[in-house]
Design a protein around this ligand. Structure first.
Ligand SMILES: Cc1cc2nc3c(=O)[nH]c(=O)nc-3n(C[C@H](O)[C@H](O)[C@H](O)COP(=O)(O)OP(=O)(O)OC[C@H]3O[C@@H](n4cnc5c(N)ncnc54)[C@H](O)[C@@H]3O)c2cc1C
Length: 441
């Protein structure tokens, strides 16, 4: 690529950033795709890693591998820490360099979201969220560890809080996690323990909203709740959680004792709005123009979860389809601008619908006025998710794993893997003799 060819810097190799990079495949541009992780992550299946169905490698693909054949695209592993939109460069830090300026002619920020504890960051220590592969493996460890601790515990009175799983947030992620834990205890673990009965585990869903699966119709929300109740799920809806600590949660004056609390409630956007010093919505997402650019800077675009755009009077949701379509649109727009073609019409989201899976062989699906629940919806859910995995090798591997798990109840990875050395749960360290306590430090 020559020196005079415009440089397009894309920050984020998620759904939005990757969509943009692919759309620029044939553009006369130098594309630089920067991500702080080496892989593109299929977040909708994170809960399956957290509940041992799939392995991390089945939902994450090296970004370098995905765009490897795209000659105009270079992938950089680095963390963007700021943007100078007047001098047109981004600041990137990597393993051995800090805040290196990288110039751009066009910039696409697709940096997604992180957890939000709604001002209660102290909850994070006790209620981890699910956003990346490290989170999913940590939650998998926590869930599996709870069964191991209960089996080792002679006092049956302590089994109850060890086998109570609380999910804060009854949106799609909370519902999908709850269903997957229910299937784990009933189909996979039930015959493997001697002192405890895994199927007696309590699975509780808590939410401030009065019903589960808020984005879905009342009928589908009701169907999902009934299904979870059949699987043993319990609900505390319409109340906020006031406290989360090492012993459990406090909701509507009720103390729920639990050693495994998982946060699936809220997200906050990346700092893109702060980097750009532009107007944001109440959540902190960058308010973009109808062509997804930033006001006053037609060369800077923000797409996906970290962007805010209204369509027909309503804000677009933070879902993968919005990010993919916005990424593709921006890539095409930049390609047209570089080749001197007219600008495309303003961005318009085409909503293909929502889906959520609730345990084995059951899902809810809503597309416009069309609504479906049960096994046919689950088949559609499985087909769509397979189709959107980043590489064909993953599609084959996930399909085979799903069929195997469906038929046998066996899971892809039920390992408790501690990537940080010999850390032991705090309760063990506190009660252990001195030599063991030293080990845990
Ligand atoms: C558990 C879970 C389940 C979900 N389920 C569904 C579902 O069923 N259906 C659905 O449609 N949507 C679902 N979503 C939402 C969907 O995944 C997001 O809407 C989508 O990923 C947004 O795409 P994005 O490109 O904006 O951000 P992301 O896909 O999050 O990508 C952001 C990328 O930016 C990188 N990045 C962030 N900050 C920096 C930085 N400073 N420097 C460099 N790189 C950076 C990150 O590493 C990441 O690769 C789910 C999300 C989660 C967390």
């Amino acid at each position: 690529m020559g020196e005079n060819i415009p440089r397009v810097v894309i920050v984020g190799g998620g759904f939005g950033g990757l969509g943009a990079a692919k759309a620029l495949k044939n553009a006369a541009a130098n594309v630089l795709l920067i991500d702080r992780t080496s892989h593109h992550l299929f977040q909708p299946l994170l809960y399956q890693v957290a509940t041992s169905v799939l392995t991390p490698g089945q939902i994450g693909s090296p970004i370098r591998g995905i765009v490897g054949k795209q000659k105009n695209t270079t992938v950089i592993l680095g963390e963007v820490t700021g943007v100078d939109k007047d001098k047109k460069y981004v600041l990137v830090s990597d393993a051995d360099r800090v805040d290196v300026p990288i110039p751009y002619d066009f910039l696409i920020l697709a940096t997604g979201v992180t957890h939000s504890y709604f001002g209660h960051n102290e909850f994070e220590k006790f209620a981890p969220g699910l956003k990346n592969l490290a989170d999913a493996v940590a939650i998998r460890n926590k869930i599996l560890q709870a069964f191991e601790q209960a089996e080792a515990e002679e006092d049956p009175a302590r089994h109850r809080d060890l086998l109570t799983f609380v999910l804060v947030g009854a949106g799609p992620t909370g519902v999908e996690m709850a269903g997957a834990i229910a299937v784990l205890v009933r189909n996979t673990l039930r015959s493997e323990f001697r002192r405890i009965h895994p199927e007696s585990a309590r699975i509780m869903l808590l939410d401030m909203a009065p019903r589960v699966l808020g984005p879905f119709s009342e009928r589908l929300s009701g169907a999902a709740k009934t299904r979870l109740e059949k699987l043993g799920g319990e609900f505390r809806l319409g109340h906020g959680v006031y406290q989360i600590d090492a012993d459990g949660v406090l909701v509507a004056g009720e103390r729920i004792l639990s050693k495994t609390v998982i946060w699936t409630a809220g997200v906050a956007p990346s700092p893109a709005g702060k980097w750009l010093d532009v107007s944001t919505d109440r959540a902190g997402r960058v308010r973009v123009q109808p062509d997804l650019s930033v006001p006053g800077h037609p060369e800077v675009f923000v797409v996906g979860d970290t962007a805010s755009l209204d369509q027909d009077g309503k804000p677009l949701p933070g879902v993968a389809q919005v990010a993919m379509q916005q990424g593709r649109y921006t890539g095409r727009l930049i390609g047209r601008r570089i080749s001197g073609q007219t600008a495309p019409a303003p961005f318009r989201y085409f909503d293909k619908g929502n889906m959520a899976v609730v345990g084995k062989g059951f899902a809810v699906l809503q597309s416009g006025k069309f609504q479906l629940s049960g096994f046919p919806a689950w088949l559609a859910w499985a087909g769509v998710h397979l189709q959107f995995l980043a590489q064909s090798s993953l599609r084959v591997s996930v399909f085979v794993q799903w069929v195997w798990t469906y038929l046998t109840g066996q899971r892809g990875s039920r390992l408790i893997v501690n990537h940080h050395g010999a850390e032991l749960p705090e309760t063990i360290i506190q009660q252990a003799p001195p030599q063991l306590a030293t080990l845990g430090k």
